[in-house]
Design a protein around this ligand. Structure first.
Ligand code: ZN
Length: 511
């Protein structure tokens, strides 16, 4: 390896919008980030996964692959094998609809243990196998090789302490809310409440720096996303400043920013961005005539399956993920017919920008994806070079395309596909469409529009994310002490980061 510092911190600032980072730096609110940007490589357009929501993106960040491989398809999704919704916490009210206990169990345990594919190792697992000292603060994805028992002596709520009894496999040092703590740091997470989570991450990370406990640290600073949902993306100038304070605190534990940077490489990144929300779609209501399965609260025993459309037998599951949504056919035999019905209705709903589905061949293998716009018509596409016009996207992948390029505002110049309004559109849509756990129909909302969740909550007047559109898909990425790959991608993606981390420690970035 070159002269890069031996240790590496990967800091994820949830939803950090490039324009807001730049403004925070201009106003002097983010001196540490300013130092990293000026001394490193700043990428203002690192593209998220689609749906551009935290569970999907977090899984891509730690595994370096899309959901066609890692299999976390959304914030809310329908588990076909268990015939139930999985809800990772769209809102407190949404969690209540499915049962708080179930939501917490799915988010804290099942996401890593059961939902994240066993075939896609995380950076923690890869580095643990190579005896690198790994560490993580509270992050949705923590799967590693070291066993951690839940804390017995903290003030968890009654429901939480009754649930959080099981050990997990995580990085060598794991700090996860007040549930798991591999060291007695004296830091408290305040039950992981929004607004105080950054402080907990900063506190435990400073402790780890002081006691030299890691070579690789995933430092998660999630509060920016919460502020931005509430106050809109403009509110990020304040919350990025707060995140910067925690970075300073961690660096001061090494004696200051310069001292820290002489011993640590640093990657700071967003998982996705955020865009303002001014209107909502109640997809559950819009599709009611097809028979929508309602949330099933496992704690309540009712004689019949509770449907959202009480007079109609449930035939579809509706899964809002903020500015994206998925619809599943409940019966395999009705899949194609139901898909056609959902597509027809969805294309007529005000505020839906794109409707996507997968066409399969006679052997049920994916044949081509379709991205349909109510205004511009259908774009059909498939990876590789068979049939239609062959184009190369900015990441160097070739696609055959046919139909309305206008659906993703794309142009083709000299065989090169450009779609800046929908960055990395074909690869992201293909990954989502061919993901085993995705729905039959995927939806992306128009700018300004959000799907209400199952608790009927949205972020009107604030910000949100989830769509295929550039406005919430492009996050900030800063590399300091980590050389970019050669050749450097013309379009960076969050799935490029795990290979950078592995390569920093001398491991093969490609699996
Ligand atoms: Zn969010």
């Amino acid at each position: 390896m070159s002269s890069s510092p031996p240790k590496l911190v990967l800091c994820v600032i949830d939803a950090m919008a490039p324009a807001m980072l730049e403004r925070a730096i201009e106003t002097g609110a983010a001196p540490v980030l300013e130092r990293l940007v000026s001394g490193g490589r700043y990428v203002p357009d690192c593209v998220a996964a689609f749906p551009s929501v935290t569970p999907v993106c977090a899984a891509s960040i730690v595994t370096g692959v899309g959901q066609d491989e890692h299999e976390i398809p959304g914030m809310n999704w329908f588990h076909r094998d268990e015939h139930r919704y999985v809800e990772y916490g769209s809102s407190f009210r949404a969690a209540q609809r499915f049962g708080i206990a179930r939501q917490l169990t799915d988010t804290v345990y099942n996401m890593n243990r059961a939902h994240l594919s066993q075939h896609t190792p995380t950076v923690f697992e890869r580095l643990d196998d190579a005896d690198v000292r790994t560490a993580g603060t509270t992050y949705l994805m923590y799967r590693g090789r070291h066993r951690h028992e839940p804390q017995r002596d903290t003030a968890l709520t009654r429901v939480a302490s009754a649930l959080m009894r099981h050990a997990v496999m995580g990085p060598r040092e794991l700090f996860y809310a007040d549930i798991f703590a591999s060291q007695r740091t004296g830091c408290r997470s305040g039950l992981g409440m929004p607004g105080v989570r950054d402080r907990h991450s900063g506190c435990v990370s400073a402790y780890m720096v002081e006691h030299d406990l890691f070579d690789f640290l995933l430092l998660s600073l999630p509060d920016n996303d919460w502020h931005s949902h509430k106050r809109g993306p403009e509110g990020q100038v304040h919350s990025i400043g707060q995140a910067d304070l925690q970075l300073a605190r961690v660096m001061n534990a090494a004696g200051g920013v310069e001292e820290f940077l002489s011993e640590h490489a640093v990657i700071v990144m967003a998982d996705h961005s955020q865009a303002p929300v001014t209107a909502t779609i109640a997809l559950q209501d819009e599709l009611a005539e097809l028979g929508v399965l309602g949330p099933t609260h496992p704690g309540r025993t009712t004689s019949s399956r509770p449907a959202h459309s009480p007079d109609v037998e449930p035939r579809i599951a509706v899964c809002p993920s903020q500015r994206a949504a998925m619809v599943y056919a409940l019966e395999e035999s009705e899949r194609d017919a139901m898909r056609a019905s959902v597509v027809a209705l969805a294309l007529a709903i005000d505020g839906i920008d794109l409707v996507m589905w997968l066409e399969r061949d006679a052997h049920d293998a994916p044949r081509e994806g379709v991205i349909a716009s109510p205004r511009h018509g259908e774009l059909r596409f498939a990876p590789g070079g068979a049939g239609g016009d062959v184009v190369i996207d900015p990441r160097g992948l070739s696609w055959s395309v046919e139909g309305a390029l206008a659906a993703i505002e794309a142009t083709v110049e000299g065989g090169r596909l450009l779609s800046p309004a929908y960055p990395d559109a074909l690869a992201r849509a293909w990954s989502a469409l061919t993901c085993r756990t995705s729905g039959e129909v995927l939806l992306s909302a128009a700018p300004g529009v959000e799907f209400i969740d199952w608790g009927r909550q949205a972020h009107v007047g604030g910000g949100s994310h989830g769509s295929l559109h550039a406005s919430d898909s492009l996050g900030a990425l800063v590399l300091h002490g980590v050389p970019p790959p050669e050749p450097e991608p013309a379009q960076w993606a969050i799935r490029d980061v795990a290979p950078l981390v592995l390569r920093h420690f001398g491991l093969d970035g490609a699996r």
